[in-house]
Design a protein around this ligand. Structure first.
Ligand code: ASP
Ligand code: MG
Length: 423
């Protein structure tokens, strides 16, 4: 008998009727001869609503991370209990488990905890007893303190992958509100097409650069342990996307597999930095010491005669407030002129194994932007990716132009978004 782990996202369990629909789908899977473990997200926009509530009761101080995690973990617990009841109502057996009960051990970084170990014995017992096992996603516990922790936004995907690995499942199915992984976010590029199969490497690049369809940590975990992912809609029976190691097998015909857009970054420029050895090390060591992740870095050629240069980089917008005092201190010690912050930027990343082997990819991206009259602010690249930073107001037009330039547009019709507010 095959063991299948499936995960249903928030828009798939948004209300009672949706939960009953998921229950029928799960029972169908079990009746087809599988042992089924279901991981659920919080209903609809519950996690955002809980965050809003926390901000309302604590307007002066940010809520303590420990209490915030207890609060946020409750969203997934509502879904797990209701889904178990809905399956019971259909005449089948289901048991609900919180993340800690399911044996998900984590480190103690509240709000962004990493899974350190999975002890899925209770889940195995539940399955052996003929139950569907329902697990609250996005949470675990720290074994020293027994505190509940959460895995970061979108973390239910990671719960599912970790359980699939620990239980040696044949596949980890991620059910969502669109028909799989698309060549672009269909909310940004309506002509986007579903991708049949994609490698872990490409999926990692897309997830790391703004594609929200899968949690980055989930893809990392799946790649490390070879867990096959199947991303598909809970609203249709369309086959969806397989994420696995497919090196050497037949891939999509296009040069690039897809593109990701990201509006969550900010661009920081330190102006008039003395151009001498060690300066970049000093700056980025201080930023790293504050626990802030930097992705793109560009250093300009220093202005002749002045010996000064500008250094620009991008970080998550949410970390700008934490970066400000770090940069103010660096400005004092290193003596640069000023710091500019720009949150009105957007990033587009084109991704595909073909980037490596096709010299024209960058030129095609830049050409598409030129034809739209869109200015490029920063550029970065990896073996399988080329990213550009542009004005956020141009993001949608730019993404559509690049998508078209690589002949990724679907013929006729638009991608279907079955549910979800995109919040
Ligand atoms: N409910 C959590 C979130 O919105 C976790 C998840 O959905 O995966 O981020
Ligand atoms: Mg998600």
């Amino acid at each position: 008998m095959a063991l299948v782990v499936c995960k249903f996202g928030g828009s798939s369990v948004a209300d009672a009727a949706s939960i009953r629909r998921v229950a029928r789908r799960v029972v169908y899977l079990q009746q087809a001869g599988n042992q089924v473990v279901v991981v659920v997200s919080a209903m609809g926009d519950t996690t955002d609503e809980l965050l809003d509530l926390a901000a309302q009761v604590s307007p002066k101080e940010p809520p303590t991370p420990r209490e915030l995690d207890i609060l946020l973990s409750s969203g997934e617990r509502i879904s797990m209990a209701l889904l178990a009841m809905a399956i019971g109502d259909l005449g089948y057996r289901a048991q609900a488990f919180t993340g800690p009960q399911a044996g998900l051990l984590t480190d103690n970084s509240y709000g962004d905890a990493r899974i350190t170990e999975v002890q899925p014995e209770r889940i195995s017992q539940s399955l052996a007893g003929g139950n569907v096992a329902i697990v609250a996603g996005f949470q675990g516990f720290h074994p020293d303190s027994f505190d509940t922790t959460t895995l970061g936004r979108g973390g239910s995907d990671t719960t599912a992958v970790a359980l699939a690995h620990a239980l040696d499942a044949s596949v980890c199915e991620i059910y969502t509100d669109v028909d799989g992984v698309f060549t672009a976010d269909p909310r940004v590029v309506p002509a986007a097409r579903p991708i049949q199969s994609i490698t872990y490497e490409e999926m990692l690049e897309l997830a790391a650069h703004g594609a929200k369809i899968l949690h980055l940590r989930a893809v990392e975990y799946a790649r490390r342990h070879g867990v096959k992912l199947h991303v598909r809609s809970s609203f249709s029976t369309i086959p969806g996307t397989i994420v696995a190691d497919q090196e050497g097998t037949e891939m999509e015909q296009s040069v690039i597999t897809g593109l990701a857009t990201d509006q969550s970054r900010a661009k920081i420029t330190a102006v008039g930095v003395p151009d001498r050895p060690g300066i970049a090390a000093e700056m980025f060591e201080a930023i790293a010491a504050a626990g802030i992740n930097v992705d793109m870095v560009v250093q300009n050629v220093s202005v002749t005669g002045t010996g000064k240069t500008d250094i620009s980089f991008t970080i998550n917008q949410g970390e700008v407030a934490r970066l400000q005092p770090v940069l103010a201190e660096l400005q004092r010690t290193m003596g640069f002129a000023n710091v500019q912050f720009n949150e009105a930027i957007g990033t587009i990343s084109v991704v595909g194994a073909g980037v490596r082997s096709n010299p024209g990819v960058a030129a095609r991206v830049f050409g598409a932007l030129r034809d739209e009259g869109i200015n490029i602010d920063m550029i970065s690249a990896s073996e399988v990716r080329i990213s550009v930073v542009i004005d956020s107001a141009d993001l949608q037009a730019a993404a559509q132009a690049i998508h078209r330039a690589f002949e990724l547009d679907r013929e006729g019709g638009e991608a279907i978004i079955y549910a979800g507010t995109g919040r």
